[in-house]
Design a protein around this ligand. Structure first.
Ligand code: ATP
Ligand code: MG
Length: 120
């Protein structure tokens, strides 16, 4: 997935960095939904930084509260107050079968999957 986005990121002078824990436990999850959520978050991050160069960081690690935490962090402006709520409420699925990169329902998916937006 990161490979798919590198070209787009390069065009805006955005670098993509990963900090992945090599010793994560195996988790059970819906692969397609996870891909949709992560793709949306990464695209949002790139979109937010496209006018100024920046860095997109994808991190995975173990936490005390759950088995695995995956985070997508960008060095853009951040979200206006209230926008977080709106994004997490979006839950209507796409009307037609969407290609993998069409992530319209990812906001709703993220909330069902326990996503949180926050400052870093
Ligand atoms: N990382 C971010 N930094 C700044 N603004 C963001 C970020 N992520 C989302 N936003 C803002 O929140 C809005 C909603 O995001 P969301 O992913 O729900 O929809 P979208 O990206 O506009 O469209 P879609 O994901 O359906 O193609 C974005 O248009 C953008 O204005
Ligand atoms: Mg989006």
């Amino acid at each position: 997935m990161i490979g798919l986005l590198r070209d787009k990121a390069n065009r805006s002078s955005i670098s993509i960095r990963t900090e992945l824990d090599p010793e994560l436990p195996l988790i059970t999850a819906d692969r397609v939904q996870l891909q949709q959520v992560l793709m949306n978050l990464m695209l949002n991050g790139i979109e937010a930084m496209k006018d100024a160069s920046g860095e997109l960081t994808i991190t995975s690690k173990r936490t005390e509260d759950g088995p695995v935490l995956i985070s997508v962090r960008d060095s853009g402006m951040g979200l206006p107050v209230g926008e977080v709520e709106r994004i997490l409420r979006r839950s209507s699925p796409p009307k037609r079968r969407a290609p993998a990169w069409d992530c319209r329902s990812a906001g709703g998916l993220s909330s069902r999957m326990g996503a949180a937006y926050g400052p870093h």
